[in-house]
Design a protein around this ligand. Sequence first.
Ligand SMILES: NC(=O)c1ccc[n+]([C@@H]2O[C@H](COP(=O)([O-])OP(=O)(O)OC[C@H]3O[C@@H](n4cnc5c(N)ncnc54)[C@H](OP(=O)(O)O)[C@@H]3O)[C@@H](O)[C@H]2O)c1
Length: 271
Amino acid sequence: MKGKKIAVVGGGKMGEVIAAGILKAGLAQPGSVTVTDIVPDRLSYLKAKYAVATSGDNRKAARDADIVVLAVKPQGMGDVLKDLAPVIDRRKLVISIAAGIPIRFIAEHLKKGVPVVRVMPNTPALVGEGAAALAAGEAASGADLAAAREIFDALGLTVVVKEELMDAVTGLSGSGPAYGFIIIDALSDGGVLMGLPRDVATKLAAQTLLGAARLYLDSLKHPGELRDMVTSPGGTTIAGIQALEKHGLRSSLIHAVEAATLRSKELGKGK
Ligand SMILES: NC(=O)c1ccc[n+]([C@@H]2O[C@H](COP(=O)([O-])OP(=O)(O)OC[C@H]3O[C@@H](n4cnc5c(N)ncnc54)[C@H](OP(=O)(O)O)[C@@H]3O)[C@@H](O)[C@H]2O)c1
């Protein structure tokens, strides 16, 4: 990454998070990062907040960059790629975060041999707790994948998967923050039912999930083993677990990931 110039095409929610992550991790100086957008106010905001270079001209920004991050909406990708194609050659790395857009679609719009890495990030990247899966296209080298990974490591956890698993990633970690919010809200409801004030209940619920996740990630012990550590014979936790099993929490979550994965496959048909 050292000395590389980066263009982030599309300065929306994710484009901002990516540019901010690059700067925070010291992967590039603000002057080496250009963010583009079609909304001038957005560019003014990004320039003022991060001191990055900004531009309304995608092609110029991409021409001057070593790494081009595509962060526009999936429906705009075709037009953006057509515009960028003449200035992107195999010496540049293209990283796309557009949901449901296959590497093949991107490669078909660009010159032969341009390395492409596809990434599925999620919104907790906003607070440095993202989970992103990366898949490398045929023309991408190990160094290309490592460069892309460095960017998303700055925003949370990264994993590398085969591209065919991106729909499953979408169903789990892409849509997953919403499942997490529902679980927090429901736990909070339980606390309120049992007499806790709402704000106290919601904070306790959220921190408990965060703590459970941190315990798993720091130890990498099987979640069942960690659960057993807090489940004493005849105690309170096993009574709670019995209720969860009776009402099908596990099965609901498994079905949620399945349904979201299938929907992602359906939306990607014909791309
Ligand atoms: N948000 C998520 O949780 C998430 C998670 C995973 C992947 N993604 C992917 O990330 C990408 C960006 O999502 P987002 O949530 O950041 O969307 P967003 O906030 O709408 O950002 C896209 C930005 O690009 C601008 N734009 C549109 N056409 C452009 C063009 N031709 N050239 C330059 N900029 C252009 C948009 O301007 P206008 O608003 O005026 O159109 C907007 O500011 C999407 O492909 C999405 O699939 C998002």
